[in-house]
Ligand binder design. Structure first.
Ligand code: SF4
Length: 473
């Protein structure tokens, strides 16, 4: 690759790449958001910069999610709207349109339905799956070389999963993939079909990667990512607990988080890591999905509620500062009132700090989608509301206990709340805290600050700044 910095054009192979703009839309989980960042990093090597205006883009990319119905519907509606972009005319409702805009769809829906998408949507130039995002440069090259309507959804057949983390935003927080895919095949979940089987990076490679991020990119907080991070390293005789203890030793790294966990694979070593690793956040997101053992069986979750409660008790004993959050599915097929009541009871027993609750929605191709289901949307909606209402009360009580205490947060962004400018950051236990700057235009972006909590509700926590440590601790 040859950079022609003088005229800001770039020669790649036989083709000139003038400066171009890419607009991207991401749906779904943190893995997808991280993939989007990776895609952007590859595209910058083809002279692309990001734009927030779709009408200003030369390249439009959707990074799709197949897990939630809402994300699914939004994608199809947003893709439908891009028809306008392909009506090449000098003006339209979007104003001046660029000629030859390229539209692509990647991610989980593209992995399973890439070919159908390409043939159904005229405006779509190419589709690419979850395992080929590191080849995005090649696909964009093919599109600019004139290749039309192709789909790349092959699986990475290499034995090892080996990558280097790519970051583009200059922030001190980085997502680091440590494992991809999932072998669990929970009966409602499409992920094993869209992300493939589990494959871990080697522990040594991840440690080197994080050291490099800390040393050369100023990264201070790392989120280890995977569909089931607790399976990390199984095939190599390594483990998440070992990785955490190694990363804990890296000088300059301040905080370490990981997501997502599966209760079946949480080991005693990991519990111990939450006690001894100084940089590991005091937070565990541990999806439970239901409070009923019979529903858990139908979900093929491989644990009982007693096992789950035992785990969180161990965690809290090992580290009394620890907070636990979870995911819950309301109205799994044929869930009875008693089974739903068991989930409401679990909320009391577990005292989660926060939950993500969803009404069950069927995903084509999963075991649950083939169950003869007697529930309807009204029942699911009512059960979801009951779960959310109960949790909000529990949450409000828990958050009240923060008032008067001081927490260290890494400030992420500012925004207007009822017309008042506030900065927002996250505690080690992942709670969002808002505070007003003492001086209106004071910049706290990416500062570590100590904040005393003045008031708290179920959903928001307000504080006042006690000490500004600046950008590094
Ligand atoms: S553990 Fe279950 S819910 Fe999570 S990604 Fe794997 S199959 Fe899906």
């Amino acid at each position: 690759m040859e950079h022609n910095l003088g005229n800001s054009s770039l020669k790649v192979g036989d083709m000139e790449f003038p400066p171009r703009k890419v607009w991207m839309k991401t749906y779904g989980c943190q893995m997808n958001y991280h993939d989007t960042e990776r895609i952007m990093s590859h595209l910058s090597e083809l002279n692309f910069t990001k734009t927030d205006q779709q009408s200003d883009a030369d390249l439009v990319i959707f990074n799709t999610c197949a897990v939630r119905d809402l994300a699914n519907q939004k994608f199809y509606s947003h893709l439908g709207e891009t028809k306008k972009l392909k009506n090449i005319s000098s003006t339209s409702s979007l104003g001046e349109l660029k000629k030859n805009v390229i539209v692509a769809a990647g991610g989980c829906i593209a992995q399973t339905e890439g070919k159908e998408l390409i043939s159904k949507y005229k405006q779509l130039d190419f589709a690419f799956g979850t395992d080929v995002i590191d080849n995005i440069g090649e696909m964009v090259y093919r599109a600019y070389a004139g290749e039309k309507k192709f789909s790349v959804t092959s699986w990475d057949k290499s034995e090892n999963y080996s990558i280097e983390t790519k970051i583009t935003q200059g922030s001190p927080m980085a997502f680091v993939n440590i494992i991809k895919g999932c072998d669990k095949f929970c009966s409602y979940c499409i992920v094993p079909f869209t992300r493939g089987r589990e494959k871990s990076r080697r522990l040594e490679e991840v440690v080197k990667d994080v050291k490099r991020l800390v040393e050369y990119s100023g990264v201070q907080e790392v989120m280890l990512l995977g569909q089931n991070v607790n399976s990390f390293g199984k095939e190599n005789g390594e483990s998440l607990a070992q990785l955490i203890m190694e990363l804990d030793r890296i000088e300059g790294l301040q905080r370490l988080r990981y997501t997502t966990s599966h209760p079946y694979d949480v080991t005693d070593d990991l519990v111990e890591a939450h006690k001894s690793a100084k940089k590991l956040a005091n937070h565990l997101h541990l999806p439970v999905q239901s409070g009923s053992n019979t529903v858990l069986q139908r979900m093929l979750r491989e644990y009982t509620i007693e096992h789950y409660l035992g785990l969180i008790e161990k965690m809290r004993k090992a580290n009394p500062e620890m907070i636990i959050s979870t995911d819950i599915i309301a109205g799994f097929p044929n869930e009875t009132e008693e089974e739903h009541e068991a989930t409401l009871k679990l909320l009391d027993d577990a005292q989660f700090d926060f939950i993500y609750a969803y009404a069950y929605s069927s995903r084509k191709g999963t075991k649950a989608s083939r169950m003869n289901d007697v529930l309807n949307d009204d029942i699911r909606g009512r059960r979801l509301r009951e779960i959310q209402e109960k949790q909000l009360k529990i949450q409000a009580n828990i958050r009240q206990q923060m008032v008067g205490k001081t927490y260290r947060i890494l400030v992420e962004e500012k925004g207007l709340s009822k017309g008042v400018l506030k900065w927002t950051g996250r505690t080690s236990c992942s709670r969002l805290v808002h505070f007003e700057p003492p001086v209106a235009d004071q910049d706290f972006q990416w500062h570590w600050v100590d904040v005393e909590i003045l008031s708290a509700t179920a959903l928001s926590t307000q504080g006042k700044i006690i000490k500004d440590h600046g950008k590094t601790l």
